[in-house]
Design a protein around this ligand. Sequence first.
Ligand code: HEC
Length: 106
Amino acid sequence: MKQRGTMLAMLVGFSLLTVSSLMAEETDIQGIYKKKCAMCHKADGKGYEAMKTPDFTSKEWQASRTDEQLIETMTKGKAPMPAFEKQLTPEEIKSLITDVVRKFAE
Ligand code: HEC
């Protein structure tokens, strides 16, 4: 009986761990990039020529856009990139630009 209680406690503990790591992922900006952006922009931000995604590691490209412009494009979309205003919060979009996209060129 005692053992069963321990097993149960462990099970509950594991499920709590899983739930909290899932929740942590939602606000993990790198995680969002991997899940929603990397398939078109590549994990290293260089993009795919065939898709015509910009090279985020290029300083020239970075200098050609302001944060506001990038936030606007991501919010409203620019074909074939979908609009993200319904999928992400304004804070997440801003953070994707300042903490992920901008960091590729540093
Ligand atoms: C379906 C493919 C696709 C997905 C998914 C996608 N993008 Fe894009 N993205 C593109 C393409 C293609 C362009 C180039 C559009 C153009 O300039 O015509 C682009 C352009 C951009 C630009 C430059 C915008 C500008 O003003 O020049 C940024 C920044 C960007 N994407 C960030 C992201 C982020 C962050 C995500 C994930 C939340 C994402 N994209 C998801 C395809 C995608």
